[in-house]
Structures are given as C-alpha cells and as structure tokens.
Design a protein around this ligand. Sequence first.
Ligand SMILES: Cc1ncc(COP(=O)(O)OP(=O)(O)O)c(N)n1
Ligand SMILES: Cc1nc(C(=O)O)sc1CCOP(=O)(O)O
Ligand SMILES: [Mg+2]
Length: 203
Amino acid sequence: MTQLDPFYLIVGDVAQLERLVPLGVRLVQLRIKSLPEADVRRQIARARDICTAHRARLVVNDYWEIALDLHCDFVHLGQEDMDSADLAALRRAGVRYGLSTHDEAELERALALGPAYVALGPVYPTRLKQMKWAAQGLDRVRDWKARAGATPLVGIGGLTPERLPSLFAAGAASAAVVTDIQQAPDPEARCREWLAATREYLR
Ligand SMILES: Cc1ncc(COP(=O)(O)OP(=O)(O)O)c(N)n1
Ligand SMILES: Cc1nc(C(=O)O)sc1CCOP(=O)(O)O
Ligand SMILES: [Mg+2]
C-alpha cells in the first residue's frame, strides 16, 4: 500500500512547482489545464526532474499517456479520465493511480480498480471550479474512510491549515490543496505553514 504524505500540494504549472517543492514538499500534483500538448509535455518533463532532484513524488493529473511516455510513476484520474485511460497499460508500466470520487457509485467503481488512493471532494466549498456536488463534510470523510478500508483517503476542496485537525481525525491520510496556497499573498510562506501543520500527521 502506498504511504501518502499528509500534505498533498496541487500546482497549476511547473513554475509554481519549482518555487514550492524545494521548501520540503514530498507529494505534488501537476494539474495543467488549457495548454497546448507540447507545452504540457515540456512542463511534465521538467516537473519530473525537479521532483527527482528533491525526492518529492510527482503525480501527473489527467495526462496519463504523457506520464507513461516520460516515465513518470504516478497519475491522478477523475471519473471521466477513467473512461479513456488505459489502466492495464499503466499497471504494466508500474504507474500508480489515484482516483477522484464524489458519491457511492464512484467510490465503488474506483475501489474496484485498485487505486493507490481515493480522493473525496469537495470536503468544503471550493472556489477553484464549478462542481455539481455540494460540500461533502466531515461525516462523509468518516464514512469514506470506513468504506475504503486499507486504501488511503485524500481529502480535497476548500482545505486550509485550520481545517486539517478535523480532516485527519475523520480518517483522511492526506490533504490536497490548490487555492489556499496559490491565492495566498505569499505562497511560499503559506506553503511553509502547511508543511508545519501536516508534519505531526506523518506516519
Ligand atoms: C487529489 C485530487 N483529487 C481530485 C482531483 C480532481 O480530478 P478531476 O475530477 O479529474 O478534475 P480535474 O482536477 O482534472 O479538473 C484532483 N485533480 N486531485
Ligand atoms: C480540483 C478539485 N477536485 C475536487 C473534487 O472534489 O474532485 S475539489 C477540487 C478543487 C480543490 O481545490 P481548492 O483547494 O482550491 O478548493
Ligand atoms: Mg481530471
């Protein structure tokens, strides 16, 4: 079973990854939206090299074929991504995958696919993107933890350092974040706060 770091940083481009990973981030997702594929490929290759140099684990969002091509070893897939991804090819190549879930049917589907983790969101309201799900809340995190068994659970959506104690108490293994760091007046300082706030949940 994959041991997940409790702090799961999600960045929108490799420039942000390059600024934040050296602070001590151990688990980072590159989540690029709306860029030509050649640029995406360049950014993923650079992110892979930075993460290798800093002994951080890179998770490539969406672009599983490029991840395979570039010998990255971890991807994140949403429910629609799963429809088109070749999970058998990923497994053959030793690429692990984390999967998004938002309701019971999605969780059942995800768990049947042998994921490295399942993510539940949005735990709190998120400003990052429009979603058809209302905030799931902490009871739902507890329920997901019970259903997921040994599969690690990632909480995502509206998370802040202040919300972490109750998230981890409810059973999450890791907390994923975009906006609270990306939109902070000083993202480096906020990232350090996240590192400090999650350290005690390292297992
Ligand atoms: C850790 C984590 N959880 C959920 C998501 C969302 O994935 P998805 O539903 O495919 O949406 P996009 O992020 O691709 O817009 C994620 N990326 N990471
Ligand atoms: C990208 C994403 N996926 C979610 C899901 O529930 O699947 S919630 C979410 C946004 C998380 O970002 P923030 O920390 O900015 O709220
Ligand atoms: Mg996706």
